[in-house]
Design a protein around this ligand. Structure first.
Ligand code: NAD
Length: 288
């Protein structure tokens, strides 16, 4: 078997086209563009690249982006005061803080300072709680983006044996909640899991989100599986790789996402889509 490659870039383009239309309609009705504040703390080159991508993506779909850059050594109070100002700013519909934050910050405290109505990353305990209770509002971008990838590819997780490798707050855990909501039987593996291989071999739907290149070996993949590789790892030769042995897995899977060009573009597209959801809900025109 040779897996079909899921083209995340093409699916993300479709999502962004829908966002552009909603954005234009929002401007027409409300006399302003939807607004997204993108906050960067520190000078990490990787974070700078991600933030630039998000700001550029906003421009492309007609969302006004509000930039704020704080030095790595800034006191947490300064960032919290800025959050307050953004929460009270009517032109700002969504607030995103690029993670990870420098070590002096209590990440949970900063996330919880974002108004739940503007939490377009979907990391606030309120929004995670809504997802856990089967009534999602703003959904974490990477897991929600993966659900879009699956839906647009015609794959329904209902009844599937789904295995997630990685249990972080931003990917693995909300991914488990998304798949549970979609009717999959979900196993979550993490650094203390014994015998990872046995779990992976059972997976009809595998989501790998660890950050270790080659952790998931090709021969572990169940024939006909759907393989979603979230990992982004920079190899010594400069190339990007996921967590899954792509060539080996492709020989056994039915569907597989590449790295780059798989999950990543959907994360950004979902952020834009969440911003429109937040904007429409704030002005009371959601679902029209
Ligand atoms: P994290 O470091 O917060 O979490 C990693 C998880 O992997 C932890 O739950 C840990 O227990 C688990 N783990 C570590 N070693 C393991 C092992 N040997 N076996 C099983 N589980 C193990 O990472 P994260 O923020 O969730 O990101 C994971 C990867 O996904 C990274 O490569 C990151 O760059 C990438 N990522 C990609 C996107 C995207 O849009 N494509 C978004 C977020 C993160």
């Amino acid at each position: 078997m040779s897996a079909q490659v899921i083209d995340g870039k093409a699916i993300a383009r479709t999502v962004q086209e829908r966002v552009s239309l909603r954005s234009a309609r929002f401007l027409q009705r409300h006399g302003r563009r939807p607004g997204l504040a993108v906050v960067l703390v520190g000078e990490s080159p990787a974070s700078q690249i991600y933030v630039k991508k998000k700001r550029d993506a906003c421009t492309a779909v007609g969302i006004q982006s509000f930039a704020a850059n704080f030095p790595a050594a800034c006191p947490p109070e300064a960032l919290l005061a800025h959050m307050d100002a953004l929460n009270g700013n009517d032109a700002v519909d969504g607030i995103l803080i690029q993670l990870p934050l420098p070590p002096q910050f209590d990440t949970e405290q900063i996330i919880e300072a974002i108004s739940v109505a503007k939490d377009v990353d979907g990391f606030h305990p309120y929004n995670i709680g809504r997802l856990a209770l089967r009534a999602p509002l703003l959904r974490s971008c990477t897991p929600a983006g993966i659900m879009t990838l699956l839906a647009e590819t015609g794959i329904s997780p209902k009844g599937m044996e789904a295995v997630i490798v990685g249990a972080s707050n931003i990917v693995g855990r909300p991914m488990a909640l998304e798949l549970l909501l979609a009717g999959a039987t979900v196993t979550v593996c993490h650094r203390f899991t014994q015998d990872l291989e046995t779990h992976v071999r059972r997976a009809q739907l595998l989501v790998a989100a660890v950050g270790k290149p080659g952790l998931i070996r090709g021969e572990w993949i169940r024939p006909g599986a759907v393989v979603i590789d979230v990992g982004i790892n920079r190899l010594p030769d400069g190339r990007l790789s996921g967590d899954v042995d792509f060539a080996g897995a492709s020989a056994r899977a039915a569907w597989i996402t590449p790295v780059p060009g798989g999950v990543g573009p959907l994360t950004v597209a979902t952020l834009l889509s969440n911003t429109l959801d937040a904007a429409e809900r704030r002005v009371g025109t959601a679902h029209v």
